[in-house]
Design a protein. Structure first.
Length: 308
């Protein structure tokens, strides 16, 4: 298979992925202030999160600086990211395949990073021992990622199709996402066992991307695997799988944001309250001219009239 074609596809996929993810991240970050939950416990509460406490319980809390624990937050995030704690607690029947699916992705990402490290070693003629160690570890991560990724993605496909509780939440894109990523893992597994020095050949391809100099030839199984992986990389940021970015804002700006209201937030909230209301529901009667302050005060006036 032509290495030059794969290189062009790789550059295009990487550029599209980075640009779209950056655009959507900025768009999410600029969204209006969310309604904060203010529910305890918050993981960064130092000495209180274990029993569900909050700094709000402290006497004259405004006179002292708040104490927080970044370690507690990191531990919570690690459990959620790598162990899928939320799925375990709320949908245990879905957890085994979800756990395999996500950790297959993590292992594949780690293996790709190691492949590029190996490519840099090849570029600078690194001694064989460190290079062999990097390629050997990458090879282990790759086979592990492919195996559990195949099991997780196709297991989720079957689970979502046969489980009547999950079926109403499925869509064509749900099945397409799982099938496409499952195909990435499956073609990688096939290429792994049908390509001699698999991780080394991947290292040479990564080196060609760094040096802008295509190698002469790439085996067909590996080429097909790389092409499908690049298609998925291009497709990913346009789907709801962008939740790997959105989750940061969901947790840190909504669930865990318990900072006292600042002047900047007050200004943002006042700006939002000045926005016109066009919601035509009978209890709101938005005509596009009233703002939220008008709507809220009118309701208060109506309540006073009814009391009189």
């Amino acid at each position: 298979m032509s290495a030059l074609v794969l290189m062009i596809c790789a550059y295009a996929a990487i550029v599209i992925f980075v640009v779209v993810v950056a655009y959507r991240t900025v768009k999410i970050a600029k969204m209006p202030v969310h309604l904060r939950w203010e529910l305890a416990p918050v993981p960064h509460e130092k000495g209180k999160s274990a029993y569900g406490g909050s700094y709000l319980e402290e006497y004259e809390r405004w006179t002292r600086e708040r104490e927080s624990s970044m370690l507690n937050e990191v531990v919570y995030m690690a459990k959620e990211i790598f162990l899928l704690k939320g799925v375990w607690e709320n949908n245990r029947g879905l957890w085994p395949f979800t756990f395999l699916f996500h950790n297959g992705i993590y292992l594949l990402a780690a293996a790709v990073a190691l492949i590029f490290v190996s490519a840099v070693m090849l570029l600078f003629s690194s001694p064989l021992t460190p290079l062999d160690l990097a390629l050997g570890l990458a090879s282990i991560l790759l086979i592990a990622a492919y195996c559990i990724g195949v099991a997780g993605s196709f297991g989720l496909l079957v689970k979502r199709y046969v489980d009547p509780d999950l079926r109403p939440f499925n869509s064509t894109s749900t099945y397409l996402n799982l099938a496409l990523l499952g195909l990435v893992f499956a073609t990688g597994l096939y290429a792994y066992f049908s390509t001699a020095d698999y991780s080394l050949e991947l290292g040479y391809f990564a080196r060609s991307l760094i040096t802008f100099s295509p190698q002469s030839y790439i085996s067909v199984p590996l080429g097909v695997h790389i092409l499908i992986a690049l298609i998925f990389l291009t497709y990913l940021p346009f789907t709801y799988m962008i939740h790997f970015v959105a989750k940061y804002f969901t947790y840190h700006e909504v669930r865990w944001n318990d900072r006292p209201q600042s002047e900047q937030m007050t200004r943002k909230l006042n700006e939002l309250l000045q926005q016109p209301v066009s919601w035509s529901a009978p209890h709101v009667k938005g005509d596009g001219k009233k703002n939220w302050v008008d709507t809220a005060t009118e309701e208060m006036k109506d309540e006073k009239k009814s009391e009189n």
